[in-house]
Design a protein. Structure first.
Length: 437
């Protein structure tokens, strides 16, 4: 199948500036055809989107487990379908009345999936990545209640509505992953990327830090418990505690205030640079909720599939099971990844997308990779890592100033993961040093 764009790669065994395209292809072939990869599968595509030239292609139309390269699809679809200024709104209401300082009823919360109540996001917002605290958001919510003259909640803290009625886990996630931080579940209320709060402790420099007991079994309840703790810290008592179940929608509710998140353009770096699974899963469900009316992964998969087809992706070029790529049942071709990277490049919000990606030798998951090569500070690319899958896809600017799009996927390798990663890095460095003319 001809690809309107195309692919060609280059590798570290030195493709000097000015090397021919044939030399570049020979280099990538030699790297991916070494004896230790005899039983593995490599998929590589490198294209020049300006000219439509394919510089290198190997198994570009075959399906591979993409690992976290699935986030390329999820983030691009979210940016297109939701927009860079999209915000999450969490509404705080009551089914009672405020008399003097008593809220005579329940404190109700309606969530829509805000992923920004986390140490990571608060660190990005404040510019202090070492001291961002999810608990600071809960303290601020308590201050908002105090501003409404509430010092006591006579009822419970409960959630109303069920924006994400799906499983809290991604489709096909392995049982062993569910006890790890990267396998935490998500819901329409989520605290600190799905981690359950415990007590606060003081660090030696008197900076407060949050402690967590691991992934929360019930993310929404963990959020409400963190909110209750925030209220208590601010001197607001909660007589009825936290309700375990979802409260039926009361006939009468009064809004107290609404918490609005930072926009999607500020959320994307927290997803892409560290390869954060929970934000990806929330974005998947948000697409289903906002564009399909139901916040389920199944609804979102259909909508994203339609978007991929609208972008010119081949119908047999993708199998979407989750938003993060933690599922080993996700499948993408290098052609699909390159096509999406090309189409999002035409979006008015492309700068947001491009800058959200990890930068070789600078930050994110490739902070320590390709240092001392022409790729450092140049390549903007997304990594992916599963037990038998490694991936690296993104953008690279050549020695003569051409921005190329590339995708390198490896599956079913028996060599150490670092060996596979090194091959991808050599290809990236070679592309950065390549000069067409």
């Amino acid at each position: 199948m001809p690809f309107a764009l195309t692919a060609c790669a280059t590798v570290m065994r030195t493709v000097h500036p000015g090397s021919s395209r044939a030399e570049l292809r020979h280099l990538i072939d030699s790297l991916t055809s070494q004896p230790e990869f005899r039983s593995a599968q490599w998929g590589v595509l490198v294209v020049n989107p300006r000219t439509g030239d394919t510089l290198y292609s190997k198994n570009a139309g075959k399906l591979f487990m993409p690992a976290s390269n699935m986030k390329i699809i999820t983030s691009a679809a979210a940016l297109t379908l939701l927009g860079p200024e999209y915000t999450y709104k969490t509404t705080f209401l009551t089914n009672g009345e405020v008399r003097d300082s008593l809220l005579d009823g329940d404190l109700l919360v309606i969530g829509r999936g805000d992923p920004t109540v986390s140490d990571r996001m608060q660190g990005l917002i404040t510019g202090d990545t070492l001291r961002g605290l999810a608990t600071a958001v809960m303290d601020a919510l308590a201050d908002s209640l105090r501003a409404h003259h509430i010092r006591q909640v006579g009822g419970t803290i409960a959630r109303v509505g069920n924006a994400f009625p799906d499983s809290i886990y991604g489709y096909g996630w392995e049982w062993d992953d569910l006890g790890e931080y990267y396998g935490a579940g998500v819901d329409e209320l989520i605290f600190n990327e799905g981690m359950a709060p415990t007590k606060l402790r003081a660090l030696p420099d008197s900076v407060r830090d949050s402690l967590y007991s691991g992934p929360a079994k019930d993310p929404a309840k963990a959020y409400l418990e963190a909110l209750r703790d925030g209220l208590v810290r601010k001197g607001i008592s909660v007589e009825g505690g936290v309700r375990d179940s979802i409260l039926p929608t009361p006939i009468k509710m009064d809004t107290i205030f609404v918490l609005t998140s930072r926009p999607l353009r500020e959320i994307l770096p927290a997803l892409m640079k560290p390869s954060q699974n929970q934000i990806a899963e929330i974005l998947l469900r948000t697409i289903g909720l906002e564009r399909g009316g139901i916040g389920t992964a199944d609804t979102a998969r259909k909508i994203i599939g339609q978007q991929l087809l609208a972008w010119g992706v081949q119908p047999d070029g993708f199998v979407i099971r989750d938003g993060s790529g933690l599922s080993d049942q996700d499948l993408l071709t290098p052609e699909t990844i390159v096509r999406v990277l090309d189409r999002i490049q035409r979006d008015t919000a492309f700068a947001t997308y491009y800058n959200s990606m990890p930068i070789a030798g600078i930050d994110g998951t490739i902070e320590k990779r390709m240092r001392g090569t022409p790729a450092q500070g140049n390549i903007h690319a997304k990594t992916g890592t599963l037990a038998k899958a490694r991936s690296l896809s993104g953008y690279v600017t050549t020695a003569d100033g051409e921005r190329l799009i590339f995708s390198v996927l490896a599956n079913n390798t028996t060599t150490p993961g670092s060996t596979v990663t090194n091959i991808a890095d050599q290809i990236g460095a070679a592309l950065a040093s390549y000069r067409e003319h």
